[in-house]
Design a binder for this molecule. Structure first.
Ligand SMILES: Cc1cc2nc3c(=O)[nH]c(=O)nc-3n(C[C@H](O)[C@H](O)[C@H](O)COP(=O)(O)O)c2cc1C
Length: 433
């Protein structure tokens, strides 16, 4: 079991350090060379932040082997050392350059210029030092929560750094090989708190195919060979101390007819629609043209089959030793297409207002919860935007979002993963997030 990192200690120390420049300035103003200015120049702060991040990155790169032996603390210590050395070296180099210029001006008899240069040297040195201390303190305070463990049902994450699911096209015939296992193992060795795998097809013939960007060799969560491949992935990740959830995926309306391992099977669309023409999309136009023709809506039997397929694949994942289940409920794929009014025009129990449109996803979550039992966490990814239309919105207010997500939480979701495209923009007007 992991030890709790000394989070409180870090924060207390950081706050203490933050007071030092201020105290020196207040109480020891006469101390030569110690006066510290509090006004932080944005450029200097940016320099310090990038030096810190650079140090951290370099530490991670260089210290991979050491981390096996000494753990994350060794990496952090080295990063901080690099950060400090880089800052001091930079400040010294600047000072030396300025001093040389000062001497030159003095030798030339330009007294006034020499005094100005001297003042510049002092200011730059002091400003750099205070900006560095402050930005370091802020970085520590900001980043400390990232390194705190997190308990999700029976699973403990060693930190809150999560690897996003990323499709790789490296599983011929749906089978993840040793290269895929080695890929995920490397992420676990780098101490990622939670690895979410690439999208993995559920046990339904129309789950996967080509969906607009030449997807191929996508992995399955069914069939003996694919399951053996995933077992090896889980073993490798666990050996390296990692936690891994498979992202269960059904492409729904995004799958191009005639592609994938079952080209004869029609794609699953709630109302036979891919989406509206003319949406803001990065999908190639020849793909969009093919997709716009409407097809048969999903029948009751197909809906039941797909729900059962999610449950089967979730049960396989649990049996293989996966630590939880991630569900791909965003980006215009099947679960999302039931939520979106443009692709769900149904008037039966699977369509209607927002809450009714989330019924299909809620039934899938219930079936997955029943299949994996109470111990494994379920993570649900959703997105306002769709690949069919980046400007699409499921909810225009937090209350509308609650109408959609509350039924999923009730059905058994533990964590929501909001895929947003623009992380720096507030989703709702006036929202501080
Ligand atoms: C190469 C690549 C493959 C991706 N594959 C998936 C995937 O299989 N499943 C998924 O949910 N998101 C996938 N994504 C999206 C990322 O997980 C991630 O959400 C995105 O890059 C960051 O944007 P966001 O904050 O809007 O989510 C992929 C992204 C890239 C760049």
């Amino acid at each position: 079991m992991m030890q709790e990192p000394p989070r409180r200690l870090i924060v207390v120390l950081a706050m203490f350090v933050a007071t030092v420049p201020f105290a020196l300035d207040m109480y020891l103003p006469g101390l030569p060379g110690m006066a510290v200015e509090f006004g932080v120049d944005a450029g200097q702060a940016a320099h310090s932040v990038s030096a810190f991040l650079f140090g951290l990155a370099l530490g991670q790169l260089l210290m991979g082997p050491l981390s096996d032996r000494y753990g994350r603390r060794a990496i952090l210590a080295l990063s901080l050392a690099i950060y400090t050395v880089a800052n001091v070296a930079c400040a010294l180099a600047t000072s030396i350059a300025q001093l040389v210029a000062f001497r030159v001006f003095e030798a030339l008899g330009a007294g006034a210029a020499a005094v100005i240069v001297n003042a510049l040297v002092r200011d730059m040195f002091e400003e750099r030092a205070s900006a560095s201390v402050l930005s370091f303190v802020f970085m520590v305070m900001l980043m400390a929560p990232l390194f705190a463990p997190l308990q999700l049902r029976s699973i403990r994450l060693r930190n809150r750094i999560v690897m996003a699911p990323m499709t790789r096209n490296f599983s011929p015939a749906g089978v993840p090989g040793p290269d895929v296992a080695a890929y995920y193992r490397r992420r676990a060795e780098a101490e990622t708190g939670l690895i979410i795998t690439e999208g993995v097809g559920v046990d339904h013939p129309a789950a996967l195919g080509e969906a607009g960007i030449g997807e191929s060799d996508l992995p399955d969560m069914h069939g003996a060979a694919a399951l053996a491949g995933w077992r090896h992935v889980v073993e490798q990740v666990h050996e390296a101390g990692g936690v891994v959830f498979p992202q269960l995926w059904h492409q729904g309306p995004m799958r191009m007819a005639g592609t994938g391992r079952n080209p004869d099977v029609a794609s699953s669309r709630p109302s036979g629609l891919w989406g509206p023409a003319g949406g803001l999309t990065s999908s190639p136009s020849d793909y969009v043209d093919k997709m716009l023709a409407s097809t048969a809506p999903m029948s009751e039997a197909e809906i039941a089959d797909v729900i059962a397929a999610y449950a089967r694949s979730a049960a396989h994942a649990r049996d293989l030793g996966f630590d939880g289940i991630a569900l791909h409920g965003g980006h215009g794929y099947l679960l999302d297409s039931f939520m979106w009014e443009e692709t769900n025009r149904r008037t039966d129990m699977w369509g209607g207002d927002r809450t009714r449109r989330s019924r299909f996803a809620a039934e899938v979550v219930k079936a997955v919860r029943a299949a994996v039992g109470p111990d494994l966490p379920i993570l649900y990814r959703f997105s306002q935007w769709k690949q069919q239309d980046f400007k699409a919105r499921l909810a225009h207010t937090p209350q509308e979002l609650e109408e959609i997500l509350a039924p999923l939480a009730d059905a058994g979701v533990d964590v929501f993963d909001a895929s947003v495209r623009y992380f720096h923009r507030a989703e709702f007007a006036g929202d501080p997030v």
